[in-house]
Design a protein around this ligand. Structure first.
Ligand SMILES: NC(=O)c1ccc[n+]([C@@H]2O[C@H](COP(=O)([O-])OP(=O)(O)OC[C@H]3O[C@@H](n4cnc5c(N)ncnc54)[C@H](OP(=O)(O)O)[C@@H]3O)[C@@H](O)[C@H]2O)c1
Length: 242
């Protein structure tokens, strides 16, 4: 396969790092993005990837980053995101302004990066390009504004797949359950909490970033071209397909 140009948002840590590593190992040229320059540069050095630092929720920052992003994009992995409820103090009961701020934060962090980065790179997508966006089991299971933000991406994914389908471009969501060894939980959960959540999985364990990377890599391949507009679940059976 010719060397592909792959962009992984949030590629400096966790799932994004494992995804970037998977494509680098296949011989692709990988660009990783994120806000923290040092984290990104260190990851890029380890990986043999290209770092481009910007805040993917900020339209002007995305636009400014275009000069450093590849001119042709074969695979875009919209991975940047997270649950802002894990780093903010919960609003007090009845604090509607605080509640609105908390919802806005999760919607901005999870919806804006895929929407803005995909729109910005649209003119650069190669024929048969692949877009893979990291959703979450929370879109089905709940989890407040975080789950709602990931559910919003599922509707956006359908529109994206429909709009780009005639160019052979696919757009899919990979929706993981609990994945260990990332910065997602920001140290806010104990091993007991993780175990209680993974108790719902048929295989009684958390997933790994490498397992998510394997599915993303497949969806990024030419063989996966007839899969589009879909949500693919990766959760050990904690949520079954429907
Ligand atoms: N871990 C899980 O259990 C789990 C389960 C389901 C879905 N997910 C999803 O998987 C994706 C990756 O999460 P993870 O678990 O690997 O956690 P993570 O290690 O915290 O990765 C998130 C990455 O996104 C980057 N990022 C965050 N906000 C950004 C912004 N505004 N602009 C640019 N980059 C930004 C972060 O880097 P900077 O902070 O430097 O910007 C970081 O590298 C997320 O979309 C998350 O919702 C995770």
């Amino acid at each position: 396969m010719a060397q592909r140009e792959v962009v992984v948002t949030g590629g400096g840590t966790g799932i994004g790092y494992a995804v970037a590593e998977r494509f680098v190992k296949a011989g692709d040229r990988v660009t990783i993005t994120g806000r923290r320059e040092q984290v990104l540069t260190e990851a890029a050095t380890l990986l043999g990837a290209v770092p481009v630092a910007f805040d993917a929720t900020d339209p002007a920052a995305v636009e400014n980053a275009l000069g450093a992003l590849p001119e042709r994009v074969d695979v875009l992995v919209n991975n940047a995101g997270g649950n802002t409820d894990r780093i903010r103090q919960a609003p007090a009961e009845g604090d509607l302004a605080g509640l609105a701020d908390a919802w806005r934060a999760n919607l901005e962090l999870n919806v804006y990066p895929p929407v803005l980065v995909t729109a910005a790179l649209k003119p650069r997508f190669a024929e048969n390009a692949r877009i893979v966006t990291i959703g979450s089991i929370a879109a089905k299971a709940g989890s407040g504004s975080y789950g709602a933000s990931k559910a919003a991406l599922e509707a956006w994914n359908v529109d994206t797949a429909r709009a780009l389908g005639e160019r052979g471009i696919s757009s899919n969501i990979v929706a993981p359950g609990v994945i260990k060894d990332t910065e997602f939980f920001h140290g806010t959960v104990t091993e007991e909490w993780i175990q209680s959540r993974v108790g719902a999985a048929f295989n009684k364990r958390a997933g790994t970033p490498e397992e998510v990377a394997g599915l993303v890599f497949f969806l990024g391949s030419p063989e996966a071209g007839h899969i589009t507009g879909q949500v693919l679940h990766l959760n050990g059976g904690a949520h079954t397909a429907n």
